[in-house]
Write a protein that binds this ligand. Structure first.
Ligand code: F6R
Length: 245
């Protein structure tokens, strides 16, 4: 585990984008595992800027996203499919046929999860997986629970996650209760994992996940066992562990 301390959100985003850019330069047809949420938005902006400056070519890049809300169509403005187009795909020269996100409106969970695991496998695995961290320590939508779930699965979101996501929806009732998420195996099998974390509201999760025991109650803690895991976090997110670095 490598921890890179950044000054603030901008600095987190710049450092993370440089790491992703080097992956794309070294392997132009790489598979990027991508995340949504507010944490990676700045990273995506930096990648777009590098593309616009002629420094990056996404034409051969393939992507696989972590998760999608159950019940939202790809056109819904809070779906993760919409988020990815809006925050990255529409602004770079990626072939959108090479981008993958679970289908939120497939009602047969078993079928959709098996399809998604097969997609990941058919791509030959993920070269670099980008992650955020939930305030409760979740990665993807692998919520705190009694055991790690390996494959893509349908998950009931915890109250904490529903509350954290409510800011993006008009009312509490509109916040989806279920999601499809890549499982712990999909994440752990990535060659490299890069996590971006900022803000004091993540400080406890950072401490629990990376300075405590490996436990499914703090799902991100499994990354302590990953062979090539890099955490890029700002000072606020590292505030509870600064004496341990
Ligand atoms: C998003 C995802 C989630 C988020 C996490 C942090 O695809 O899988 O695990 O990374 O909920 O969200 P933000 O960045 O909004 O604090």
């Amino acid at each position: 585990m490598r921890i890179i301390s950044a000054k603030d959100y901008q600095d987190v985003s710049r450092k993370a984008a440089n790491i992703i850019a080097s992956q794309v330069i070294l392997k132009p047809n790489c598979v990027l595992g991508l995340a949504t949420g507010s944490s990676p938005v700045g990273t995506y902006q930096q990648l777009i800027a590098k593309y616009e400056a002629g420094e990056l070519d996404f034409s051969q890049v393939r992507t696989v996203n972590l998760d999608e809300y159950v019940g939202l169509t790809a056109d819904h403005d809070q779906s993760y499919a919409y988020f990815m187009r809006h925050n990255l795909f529409d602004h770079v020269n990626i072939d959108q046929a090479n981008t993958n996100i679970p289908c939120g409106v497939e009602p047969d969970a078993e079928k959709e999860c098996a399809r998604y695991d097969a997609v990941i496998e058919s791509m030959g695995g993920v070269d670099l997986q980008l992650l955020g961290l939930g305030p409760n320590g979740h990665i993807g939508f692998n919520e705190p629970c009694d055991e790690f779930v390996p494959g893509t699965h349908r998950v009931e979101l915890t109250e904490a996650t529903i509350n954290a996501n409510a800011r993006f929806f008009e009312s509490m009732d509109d916040v989806p209760r279920f999601a499809y998420t890549m499982g712990i195996r999909g994440i752990m099998q990535a060659d490299k994992v890069l996590m971006v974390v900022n803000g004091a509201n993540k400080a406890q999760a950072v401490k629990d996940c990376f300075f405590g025991s490996v436990t499914p109650q703090a799902p991100g803690s499994i990354l302590q066992l990953h062979k090539n895991f890099t955490l890029v976090a700002d000072e606020a997110a590292l505030s509870l562990v600064k004496d341990l670095l």
